[in-house]
Design a protein around this ligand. Sequence first.
Ligand code: NAG
Ligand code: NAG
Ligand code: NAG
Ligand code: NAG
Ligand code: NAG
Ligand code: NAG
Length: 464
Amino acid sequence: MTSTVWIVLTAFWFHLSDANCPPECLCTSDIVNCGSVGMERFPSVLPPTTSTLDISHNRLTWLAPGTFHGLSRLNVLRIAHNQISLLSPAAFHNTSTLHHLDLSSNRLQVVGKHPFQDLLGLEELLLYNNHITHVENNALVGLSNLKKVYLSLNQITDFPFFSIRKHSHPKMVTLDLSSNRITRLPLDDIVLLPLTLRRGLFIHNNSLECDCSTYRIFWHWEKEGYEAVRDFKNEYSCRMFGDPLISVNFLHSPRFFDDCTIENMISLISPKADMIVYEGDQVRLDCTGTLSNVVLSYSWVIPHQDNMTYLIQNGTLQLNKDGSLKIVSVQMRDSGIYRCLAVDKVRMINETREVNLTVYPQLLRTEPFSTGYTTLMSCAITLVLILVYLYLTPCRCGCCRAPPNPSTISSFGEDHQSLAFIFGVSPTANLKLMDKSNLDKHLVFLEPLMEETNMHLTAEGKAD
Ligand SMILES: *[C@@H]1O[C@H](CO)[C@@H](O)[C@H](O)[C@H]1NC(C)=O
Ligand SMILES: *[C@@H]1O[C@H](CO)[C@@H](O)[C@H](O)[C@H]1NC(C)=O
Ligand SMILES: *[C@@H]1O[C@H](CO)[C@@H](O)[C@H](O)[C@H]1NC(C)=O
Ligand SMILES: *[C@@H]1O[C@H](CO)[C@@H](O)[C@H](O)[C@H]1NC(C)=O
Ligand SMILES: *[C@@H]1O[C@H](CO)[C@@H](O)[C@H](O)[C@H]1NC(C)=O
Ligand SMILES: *[C@@H]1O[C@H](CO)[C@@H](O)[C@H](O)[C@H]1NC(C)=O
């Protein structure tokens, strides 16, 4: 008799405490714990006061649209260790209060935009140990409060690094992509990641191929003391020739990377550009599209025979700090192919750009077209100017003393910008620019000459 009363009382107490608490769960004022209870379907009702919900270690297989409707205070959601392979696109509809979402150790295969787009307040997203092979380009777009994203232990082969920038994700400090299947890093996108995130980019234990640019970037990050590299130094390995059996540690085996000199740089070729201008116009030709900041050097090849150093000195041409070339008042004879080579010394990447400049006579002008100019135009280029513009970053710039070529840049001093012009004629140059139709046009470059240069001009003098 007494026990019956007790059971009735207990039931009554539970009923009072929260009518919506599922029988198998434990509910406190704002925590609902349904962990490890063998649940196969998401509970149909939950207390509306729930702020932390734990449904880990169950057998859920999917999350239906609007699963969390009515939980207007939901802050922390743990659904780790289930069998979820699918999130309905509207699964997290109206859950913008969520800060922490743990979907680790499930069976997700794709990270798409739709399920996550409503999670505007999300700060931590845990997706490690799933079966993810693909992260859609826009998967994290709009989640501007994100701080930490864990995608470790999946089968990801590439990640849309370009979608993460300082303005879109100002708070990001951790992106864990370790233990995936990434073979190549898009270095241009990676160097544009916000600095705070570069320090917390975990990328060890992937299937990276050994190459110089990746080596240089890790080498640089280690020197800078980035935690992600420092703490997992032993796992920064790469595959020689892409062969998984020949594994080399990036940071313990510098002798494998002795050859990482300028010849082994990665090359980026920007699309050719056509420009049509009229005589007398001011023209600006840009040198680099994708490369930016760090230590860049630029060199230009112009399509006529004049002494370019002289043209710069008399003000006909201007070279800007960003590598662009300005023709103050363009003449007919300036028509032709302009080529620029930008070299990023830190990452050992070079980029070339070609601009086909066509100058039309001024409409009102009746003067006949000078044949002398045509001759000049068709001349082979014998004039080469090398402009080296060193922008030494305000950091102590460990990069400048990189092991393969330690002395190349240091002679320029550490914290002032300088321009060095190197002038020469190039019949025997061995570096051809990309276009085979211009076989006689060459570009001489660059590193070995730098130290011999004694002609320094200040950047301010020629920059606009
Ligand atoms: C979503 O939230 C908005 C505003 O809080 C509310 O008006 C709307 O009814 C909610 N939708 C659903 C399906 O709960
Ligand atoms: C490295 O990644 C593989 C899967 O890609 C994983 O099985 C292994 O445990 C990881 N090793 C470490 C030390 O994290
Ligand atoms: C630029 O990169 C390409 C491809 O790696 C290479 O062949 C070329 O020599 C490089 N150019 C310079 C000037 O280093
Ligand atoms: C080009 O002009 C500069 C400055 O006027 C001069 O010092 C240099 O000797 C000239 N070079 C050639 C090859 O004429
Ligand atoms: C600069 O020199 C070039 C080549 O000699 C000449 O055509 C041009 O008129 C000069 N410009 C000025 C501003 O003196
Ligand atoms: C450059 O442009 C002109 C006129 O648009 C064209 O006739 C010429 O063939 C182009 N040159 C090259 C190398 O593409």
